[in-house]
Design a binder for this molecule. Structure first.
Ligand code: NAD
Ligand code: UFG
Length: 324
């Protein structure tokens, strides 16, 4: 039996494939249209794990391709990462985001149903909480109004999965709400390398550190936080990847399950910049800039439910040997 990983050559998907192989899942099929990643990642995964994954260069909106993948393989479960994720771009191109993320997920679910594969783990986001008025996000709070079309696509997909489960209660549906994924594989072979100018803090810092960009704009230093800059729950991508392995393992009864994947701690923008400087022994130039529209001052996960039900918690111990 195989696991299909959509978006498996992407940042979180590739790390998850490595952790799946490191556990008992050796038969992995990756499907990705390479719109934000490259096929070379398949070689890198093989270098790290010794396992060559079967790869389909295909779009999740392509019914024929999905039919071929499900016909050629006995797929037991799907981990669904494929999607567009740039918040700013989604404001300018909402139709593309709804078409790709929502439309693509519907096609995927239809193919799964047709081929009687009814177990899915879905990449959701803390953004679906909207602005609940408290920084600690607990699953029971439910969804709010997301701050971008990107965020809305995640909320809409969660709603579709809930409706599907109500109509067909033999599905096993795991919704994982990620907080802020950062970091890379300790081999140095996999990591986050967005095309163009990054939106997210950590890839931006990296590009400043290597001299590709001039300085980090710190969006606001007048928030009601420990040092006035925004606070987030940054989670190592390998910890996040392991959350998916646990969801596959532990969720075996039909149901719809929602879990936060975060550390339960928050760090400020300045703390992240200082930690990056200290660990890498480099200078990261920054300037204080106006607040970024749509940003919240502070939020972090309550990770209790994932610990209790999945036996998962973030360890943040994925450093290279010798690092402080
Ligand atoms: P990523 O862009 O690195 O990976 C997504 C992959 O999906 C890419 O390889 C891309 O080529 C592929 N893809 C996109 N549309 C596709 C389509 N129509 N058909 C086939 N492949 C397609 O992003 P990531 O950071 O690894 O994110 C993975 C998932 O997690 C996404 O759904 C994202 O929305 C979600 N997520 C990410 C974050 C984050 O901060 N990185 C936070 C919360 C949720
Ligand atoms: N920030 C800066 N300068 C930058 C980039 C970011 O100061 O150049 C600050 C932001 O203001 C915020 C923090 O760094 O306080 C983190 O910002 P990111 O853009 O890295 O992440 P967000 O919390 O805004 O959003 C991310 C993803 C969303 C996802 C959310 C929760 O981009 O898709 O985490 O998972 F929904």
């Amino acid at each position: 039996m195989s696991i299909l990983v959509t978006g498996g050559t992407g940042y979180i998907g590739s790390h998850t494939v490595v952790e799946l192989i490191n556990n008992k899942y050796k038969d992995i099929i990756i499907m990705d249209n390479l719109c934000n990643s490259s096929e070379g990642v398949i070689d890198k995964i093989e270098k790290i794990t010794g396992v060559r994954c079967k790869f389909y260069n295909a779009d999740i909106r392509d019914e024929k391709a999905l039919d071929k993948i499900f016909s050629e393989n006995k797929i037991e479960a799907v981990i669904h990462f494929a999607g567009l994720k740039a918040v700013g771009e989604s404001v300018k191109k909402p139709l593309e985001y709804y078409d790709n993320n929502v439309g693509g997920t519907i096609k995927l679910l239809q193919a799964m149903k047709k081929h009687e594969c009814k177990k899915i783990v879905f990449s959701s986001s803390a953004t679906v909480y909207g602005d609940p008025g408290t920084p600690k996000y607990v699953e029971e709070m439910g969804r709010g109004i997301a701050s971008s079309p990107y965020g809305e696509t995640k909320a809409v997909i969660e709603g579709i999965l809930e409706s599907l489960y109500k109509a067909e209660p033999d599905w096993i549906i795991s919704i994982l709400r990620y907080f802020n994924p950062i970091g890379a594989h300790k081999s140095g072979l996999l990591g986050e390398d967005p095309k163009g100018i990054p939106n997210n803090l950590m890839p931006y810092i990296q590009k400043v550190a290597i001299g590709e960009l001039k300085e980090v704009s710190v969006y606001g230093d007048d928030y009601d936080t420990k040092d006035g800059t925004g606070e987030r729950d940054y989670i190592h991508v390998v910890d996040l990847a392991n959350g998916h392995v646990k969801a596959l393992e532990k969720l075996n009864k039909p149901g719809i399950y929602i879990h936060n994947l975060g550390t339960g701690n928050s760090y400020s923008v300045l703390e992240i910049i200082k930690a990056f400087e200290r660990v890498n022994n480099v200078k990261v130039n920054y300037k204080i800039a106006p607040r970024r529209p749509g940003d919240l001052s502070k939020f972090y996960a309550d990770p209790t439910k994932a610990k209790k039900e999945l036996g998962w918690e973030a360890t943040n111990r994925h450093r290279r040997y010798g690092e402080r």
